[in-house]
Design a protein around this ligand. Sequence first.
Ligand code: AHR
Length: 323
Amino acid sequence: MNIIAKLALAAGLTTALSAGALAQDLSGKVIGFSQIGSESGWRAAETAVTRQEAEERGVDLKFADAQQKQENQIKAIRGFIAQGVDAILVAPVVATGWDDVLAEAKEAEIPVVLLDRGVDAPEDLYLTSVASDQVEEGRVAGQWLVDEVGSEDCNVVELQGTVGSTPAINRKQGFEEAIASASNITISQSQTGDFTRAKGKEVMEAFLKSSNNGADICAVYAHNDDMAVGAIQAIKDAGLKPGSDIKVVSIDAVPDIFSAIAAGEANATVELTPNMAGPAFDALAAYWADGTEPEKFIITESKLYTAEDDPQGEYERRKDLGY
Ligand code: AHR
């Protein structure tokens, strides 16, 4: 069974994900993919799935790793335009600063599809955006905490994603909306961990030091699982029990967070499918077939997982999927 079919099975989704057998043939198409980098397990899986989706459809995928830098992404996109690719996929590291390069792609009549993050640019500069509802992801995480703590006072520390990226902006907003009516829950400290495990650990260590060695922290909300895994290590190093002394809620649903949930060291995660490329290729196929304009925003599901959702089984189902 290939990675896409396994992913569809793991997520229990057959409609939102193209499971290989249904994939349209795009033989002869050359598609450039400007990827952010490899900051997280989730992103590694997105890259693996995109490569596999391309292979299944006969796409010649030109891959460019931007090493977390917008300037590298802009350079790569200009390179794709110069090569005359048929389409461009881009996972934009931050929201702003895309107008010029997207206008250049439009001028060259090359459709652009945004993957997993949004941009602050006119909507006519890209064909479609395949992403989750990131505000909703934050709301789901926040609502889980509201339900979990009830009337107990709770100081939350927040590990934000990359500054200026849409998931960092929107996941913060959604979480704040969810806890707004719970006066017992307060975000006591909030800082970026740049979506990485190492930064998540480092920032959590600082939060613990400035919070009475963690005694004043009830929960950590991390904008992705990798930062949560780093925070879990910092909490353990401080002699506390993650998952019970300090609750842990995050976003992505990568295998390592399911191991942590199974071990009682994390409490909840919100799933983000790494299969953004399947719907993107489907949209391009329909567009090329008869000019069908896709929905401007193709939204993937945001499902909550906790210890009640067979975390060990979820780990087993996902562990070979490229994370
Ligand atoms: O844009 C999606 C986010 O980027 C994922 O949640 C995170 O892990 C990644 O690096």
